[in-house]
Design a protein. Structure first.
Ligand code: HXC
Length: 256
């Protein structure tokens, strides 16, 4: 399938989803969000073992499309919110690990798409923030819930209340991104990490991701209970038997 403002490229088992609307700094409109949803479905159906999300040109995603959003009624805004949430949820529940390669501006809804990924790498010139407050709105695609989980409540409140725009180093200091790399190294570093993730046993990877996600769904106690069951469910799988056999036999494992 092909889309006007989204590209899905493959390198082996690794899919890269690029938001490709550089004239608007990759701001997300309805068509782009719908295309992202379809591309994520396609990548999952085609068994991507890792997925990189990035933006074309010098921006990651400069947010939701303000020109589209400005005249929405409350009812339309509800639908608009649902659409963005559905894409963020598709990233969060994507059956393989996802990496946001943040190559420039990641504001508002752009920051929220990065938050929905498993891991984030920023280029030196990236600028990241939930800037919605300065438009008279609040984050609407997940940041009020996902940002504090990542950076802690105090930092999240500062960022959201003040609409702070963090440079890449400050974002790393706040644990909003895991790593900062030179602009011209971002694609390679993201590809290398994606390759490493793709090489791990897929069933265990998916189960680890589900268990980590589940931990945010309820209490610590229910998360720990979930982990116990998820952990046990891996035993008897080919990859568990093979991984442990390889360790004991001092050889490289051959995962399914
Ligand atoms: C629509 C946008 C846009 C956006 C940039 N553009 N961001 N269009 N929505 N979010 C467009 C500009 O209008 C302009 O189009 C072109 O992209 C280039 O942008 P410039 O502003 O000329 O570039 P520059 O001076 O380099 O400034 C870049 C910038 C600035 C700092 C990123 O564009 C900016 O502040 N953008 C808004 C960022 C923001 O507030 N994002 C959060 C949105 S709210 P033309 O046609 O003039 O060339 C949000 C809510 C999510 O995301 C939740 C929803 C439920």
């Amino acid at each position: 399938m092909s889309w006007d403002t989204v590209r899905l490229d493959w390198d082996g088992d690794v899919a890269t989803l690029t938001v490709d609307r550089p004239d608007a700094l990759n701001a997300l409109n309805v068509a782009t969000l719908e295309a992202m949803g379809e591309a994520l479905e396609e990548a999952a159906d085609d068994d991507a073992r890792a997925l990189v999300l990035t933006g074309a040109g010098n921006a990651f995603i400069a947010g939701a499309d303000i020109k589209y959003m400005r005249e929405l009624s409350a009812e339309e805004a509800q639908e608009w919110g649902e659409l963005g949430h559905a894409v963020a949820d598709a990233l969060e529940t994507f059956p393989a690990p996802t990496i946001a390669a943040v190559n420039g501006y990641a504001f508002g809804g752009g920051c929220e798409m990065a938050l929905a990924c498993d891991l984030r790498i920023a280029s030196e010139s990236a600028v990241i923030g939930n800037t919605e407050i300065d438009l008279g709105i609040i984050p609407g695609w997940g940041a009020t819930q996902r940002l504090p989980r990542l950076v802690g409540d105090e930092t999240a409140r500062r960022m959201i209340f003040l609409g702070e725009r963090l440079d890449a180093d400050s974002a790393a200091e706040a644990d909003l991104v895991g790593e900062v790399v030179a602009d011209d190294e971002l694609d390679d570093v993201a590809a290398e990490l994606a390759d490493r993730l793709a090489g791990k046993p897929a069933f265990a990877m998916r189960t680890a991701k589900q268990a980590l996600n589940q931990g945010y769904e309820g209490s610590l106690a229910s998360g720990l209970e979930y982990e116990k069951r998820a952990f046990a469910s891996l035993f008897g799988s080919h990859d568990q038997r093979e991984g442990m056999a390889a360790f004991v036999e001092d050889r490289e494992p051959e995962f399914e």
